[in-house]
Design a protein around this ligand. Sequence first.
Ligand SMILES: [Zn+2]
Length: 350
Amino acid sequence: MEVARKDAAVAAPGLFHHWRDPDPHAIGASAVEFLHRLRGPTCIHLTGNDSSRLRVVATLLHGNEPGGLFALYELLRLGLRPAVDMLCFIPSVDAAKQEPGFVYRMLPHCKDLNRCFTTPWGDTEVDRVAGEMMELIDAARPECVVDVHNTSGSSPSFGISTVMAPQHAALISLFTQRMIVTDLRLGSLMERTRDDMPIITIECGGAEDRESTLLAGEGLTRYFTFENVLEASQSEMSLEYFHHPMRLELAPGSEIAYGEHSLLADGVTLLPSVENYNFGHVGADTLLGFVSGALAGNLRIRNGNGELPVAEYFQLVEGRLYPKRKLKLFMVTTNPEIARKDCMFYLTEA
Ligand SMILES: [Zn+2]
């Protein structure tokens, strides 16, 4: 069935398939069926009540984070007419389709799409997807962009912004009560934020958590239907802020495992229960795991300005890893692949 064809309105032959105002009966009986009707990176155009304005939602930048796609599918199934025109980007369709489904963040041996939104644009296919997506967004002149993700572990929801501004806070408050303001630059979509086009990231919680699916659904419904999403009343804005987090990363050449005791002769073993500290406090008596070898040889900490001494924040006591001071952790993963390629968790001083 020809459901996702190229849109004639887009000049250059692109990587994105365009689908305009999909018939609710043509999108499949489930979100998984919907995914399998998409042929690759997809942009869905929806006509709103006020076509003089447009908003963008992006989801499935990471193939293993289906929360936003599930929520979008439900809205499409309802045939809900948005307040303004909408562009809905679903780029990592191929990664998401890899069996058993929603397991791969990106295709094997490919770059992480949400690390490719930097200029000059790179020259891999993933870079071209990022470049074309940004071109389509710029051409549509949206009033704002929301990028919906799941956390890689079980976690409460939060929003992330690279700037502390009322419009960004208003967008985040449509979804969640926690706002992280980061000066870390990784090449993510939200870093393309501008005064006339605020962009934020929503982490709606773990892909397995039922609350995160509900949160994505409720937040996206507000984003689709509210007349104004860039001004929030004080009562809606009871946000808790976290400023300028640091990242705990594996040092080059080190290895990571998860277990109840040290599993590596040379490397880092974190307790699987570190996940429970998401948005909680840890202190000098909280055992986080084990390190065989030197602390600085296995772990490194980065903030927006560069690397920081690990020993200021963590300590080893006979090979056991503890915080050195009171810290708040979030985006804790227990997926070794993500810990290896991205980071183990984010932290701020409590
Ligand atoms: Zn993600």
